[in-house]
Design a protein around this ligand. Structure first.
Ligand code: AMP
Length: 276
């Protein structure tokens, strides 16, 4: 094959890949840069690219094959050793609703202190985004997102939940349902009824989409530390020591505002966030 022709075919594959990638983007943008248009116009007539309208091509078979392989070959080292609870599939969006918590400087010190106490048992990772989950993580199909979000919005508006405050004062050890990860969480010890009201609304929405409800006996918490595997027994063995530290630390820093103001919920689906 002469090298010009090989270049043209490679360029064409790259453009097809670019098209395939863009077909997954949220905004469904059209190819528009002038350099891309020029590259398209430079291709010979027998290469199947639609030049005028720059329409997307069907997903090429070699890309579909690559996607299939990716679905089965999950590499836990790419996400801190965590094992996916569900296979990554095109069009499946991991979704959950939660209350965000920003924390503060003292909260970070509290988290570091707890991590130090746990070191003889295991090194724990700090959770990236502190939050209180109000649904399990469920899988939404891409084309359901809009309708799901609008259902949540409508039901929340109809129920008029009032703003409220939350407090935490002790820790508990949790594992995920598959027991592949362990979490240390700060228990929310107030506002249980208001949180349950919110959960009930979200459960109704989930039911309409045939998705799993939250736990029947919710234990609301902010996970602060986690590790791979089931370390529940080991960490429960030092829970008394951890809780002593938490109580003393909060007493010593009683001027700090440890309250959590609840004035909005967030639904995270894939890389999108909807605020209610
Ligand atoms: P989260 O930080 O909200 O993701 O919670 C950490 C883990 O706690 C999740 O994987 C949940 O499955 C688990 N968990 C176990 N029991 C409960 C419960 N009763 N209520 C809430 N979460 C729970």
């Amino acid at each position: 094959m002469n090298s010009n022709l090989a270049n043209i075919i490679n360029n064409s594959k790259s453009l097809q890949l670019l098209n395939a990638y863009e077909s997954e983007s949220d905004e469904d943008e059209k190819l528009s840069t002038s350099s891309t248009k020029r590259a398209l116009n430079d291709l010979p007539d027998d290469i199947p690219v639609k030049r005028n309208k720059l329409e997307k091509l069907p997903l090429p078979s070699f890309v579909i094959e690559t996607e299939k392989i990716r679905e089965y070959e999950d590499d836990p080292s790419l996400h801190g050793g965590r094992i996916r609870n569900f296979p990554h599939e095109r069009g499946n969006w991991a979704t959950y609703i939660y209350l965000p918590y920003k924390g503060n400087e003292y909260f970070s010190q509290l988290v570091d202190g707890v991590a130090d106490i746990c070191l003889p048992i295991t090194k724990l990772e700090i959770v990236n985004d502190f939050h209180i989950s109000l649904t399990k993580t469920v899988i939404l199909k891409y084309h359901w997102i809009e309708s799901f979000v609008s259902t949540v919005r409508t039901k929340l508006n109809a129920n008029c939940l009032k703003r409220f405050q939350l407090f935490f004062n002790s820790m508990e050890v949790y594992t995920n349902e598959e027991k592949t990860r362990t979490f240390l969480g700060l228990n929310i010890n107030s506002g249980y009824d208001q949180l349950c009201d919110a959960v009930q609304i979200f459960n109704e929405c989930l039911k309409e989409f045939k998705l799993n409800s939250f736990y029947e006996d919710p234990s609301f918490h902010i996970s602060i530390l986690w590790c791979v595997g089931d370390k529940k027994n080991e960490l429960n063995g030092i829970l008394h020591e951890i809780n002593n530290f938490v109580t003393n630390f909060m007493d010593k820093n009683s001027d700090t505002d440890w309250t959590i103001e609840v004035n909005h919920f967030i639904c995270k689906t894939g890389n999108k966030q909807f605020i209610f």
